[in-house]
Ligand binder design. Structure first.
Ligand code: NI
Ligand code: MN
Length: 229
């Protein structure tokens, strides 16, 4: 199994002959290492969307239409995909709920962040997602502030946690360190930094502080690099 980082908050979990995508932001993502064509040429089983912001919805609609991948998100986001883009391979979930699909499972958890369902611009909350594939638990925090709820994730025994560190829209390095302390993942990967001018952060500094505090193992991934199990 490979957990591939594609820049910003776009993560691909490839297992055997298929992939699951989380927040596939390709077009307009200056850090993304793959093209829409390359992704659409793969066997994409599912697309998980944490919240309705353009850097997380990304190219979900185009990928879903080209590959037939099932789109999994919170109810309101799925309603948008169905109503405005006629997607039919969808699965609605909500915060606090888990669902076991054929060979992976998904749980949505409350993030401290916003979102808005276009075009009505109805405000909506963002989610974290916990994806389990081949006995590995991956926590993708989407966009979030630091919150004490993260302490509850300690019981999930997270193998790999993707945490935003870019500040402005999300946690910054010091808050992300506190998050690592709460979650106690076996491994942590920083994300959501250096994509835009307002979210500049130093992932190496974050990694050093994780190591210094003996909090976890930190892997700084360049877009295209992967964690291999
Ligand atoms: Ni956001
Ligand atoms: Mn974002």
């Amino acid at each position: 199994m490979e957990i591939i980082f594609h820049g910003h908050a776009f993560v691909e979990v490839e297992n055997l002959d298929s992939s699951i995508l989380i927040d596939p932001f390709i077009s307009w993502n200056p850090l993304c290492d793959v093209s829409l064509e390359q992704i659409c040429a793969k066997n994409i089983k599912a697309i998980l969307v944490t919240h309705w912001h353009s850097d997380h919805i990304g190219d979900t609609v185009n990928i879903a239409k080209a590959t037939g991948a099932r789109v999994i998100s919170t109810f309101e986001v799925i309603q948008y995909f169905v109503k405005y883009h006629n997607l039919t391979a969808v699965h609605s979930m909500h915060i606090g709920g888990s669902f076991k699909f054929d060979d992976f499972s998904v749980k949505f958890v409350n993030a401290v962040h916003g979102g808005a369902i276009w075009p009505e611009m109805l405000p909506w909350k963002a989610a974290w997602v916990i994806l389990t594939v081949a006995d590995k638990k991956i926590y993708h925090a989407g966009d979030t502030a630091l919150t004490y709820d993260m302490k509850l994730l300690e019981d999930e025994n997270i193998d790999v946690a993707f945490l935003p560190i870019g500040d402005n829209f999300t946690m910054w390095i010091q808050d992300a360190l506190k998050a690592v302390e709460f979650i106690k993942p076996k491994m942590v990967v920083p994300m959501h930094y250096n994509t835009f001018d307002v979210i500049k952060a130093d992932p190496v500094k974050f990694a050093q502080l994780v190591t210094l505090g003996n909090l976890s193992t930190c892997k700084v991934l360049s877009p295209w690099q992967a964690i291999v199990f």
